[in-house]
Design a protein around this ligand. Structure first.
Ligand SMILES: NC(=O)c1ccc[n+]([C@@H]2O[C@H](COP(=O)([O-])OP(=O)(O)OC[C@H]3O[C@@H](n4cnc5c(N)ncnc54)[C@H](O)[C@@H]3O)[C@@H](O)[C@H]2O)c1
Length: 251
């Protein structure tokens, strides 16, 4: 199996895309460090993996807190000795959809802290570990909102553009050290973060779905497959790439 004897660390793995990726890596033989700041849902993901015969452990971590990210990386390495793949997936959408002038400062700060600074904290420590061990593959979960604008989501768009920029920069810095750094950019995928029925702008959900050439929302399993492939040795010469998984939207 492709990920046999490989240790995969995933943040935000208690739900949605992170959970789907955790389950798929486990099906492919990987040992999973499931992390989330929600201990109940994180533990559920571990139970799902174990029930299917896989190996996983849960480590609680709020990625917006540097000391908690330090503890996460240290625990993973103490327990399993290395990190082959890190998927920096934890993210939030923010409290509400507002035009830039109406965006609250609180929402701005929260989104930047989790989506942008959280990815930086994780990458900083993962890259230290991977440099020491001499190999590694990092996947940052950005968004199509990291590649183009999305009205009413200023902070989210800013944070995801930052993730794309950090991905490209780290990829160039660590290419010679046998560490690849890539980003997956999902389009709208139904999860706790994105529920088309809860968009507070009349008719916008429908408009967004129709703007996708394939005319449907993405599935978490489609994101998981792309994350797995891009992190795997099959993508061994790909680094600094942003892989849009978007039914043709950014085309
Ligand atoms: N769903 C979409 O349409 C979509 C589109 C593009 C990008 N994304 C990105 O995909 C990633 C996963 O999102 P999802 O759609 O699966 O959402 P989700 O809400 O289902 O999952 C996000 C997980 O992250 C965890 N989390 C949130 N804040 C955290 C923090 N500070 N520290 C640790 N864990 C935290 C949550 O508890 C949850 O388990 C996010 O980065 C999101 O921005 C999602």
């Amino acid at each position: 199996m492709e990920f046999e004897n490989k240790v995969i660390l995933i943040t935000g793995a208690g739900s949605g895309i992170g959970r789907a990726a955790a389950l798929l890596y486990a099906q492919n033989g990987g040992t999973i460090v499931v992390s989330d700041f929600n201990a109940d849902t994180g533990a559920e993901t571990v139970e799902m993996i174990r029930a299917a015969g896989g190996e996983a452990t849960f480590v609680s971590c709020n990625v917006a807190k540097y000391d908690e990210v330090q503890k996460l990386i240290a625990t993973a390495v103490d327990q399993y000795g290395k990190i082959d793949v890190a998927v920096n997936n934890a993210g939030i959408g923010g409290a509400s959809w507002h035009k830039t002038a109406e965006h609250t400062l609180e929402d701005w700060d929260n989104i930047i802290a989790v989506n942008q600074t959280g990815v930086f904290y994780c990458m900083k420590l993962e890259l230290q570990q991977m440099t020491g061990q001499g190999f590694g593959s990092i996947i940052n979960i950005a968004s199509i909102a990291g590649l183009r604008g999305l009205p009413n989501n200023s902070a989210y768009v800013a944070s995801k553009h930052a993730v794309v920029g950090m991905t490209k920069t780290a990829a160039m810095e660590y290419a010679k050290r046998n560490i690849r750094v890539n980003a997956v950019c999902p389009v709208f995928t139904i999860t706790n973060l994105f529920d088309p029925d809860k968009i507070p702008v009349e008719g916008l959900g429908d408009k967004l779905r129709r703007s996708i050439p394939m005319k449907r929302w993405a599935k978490v399993e489609e994101m998981a497959e792309s994350i797995l492939w891009l992190s795997s040795d099959k993508a061994s010469f790909i680094t600094g790439h942003t892989l849009s998984v978007d039914g043709g939207l950014t085309a």
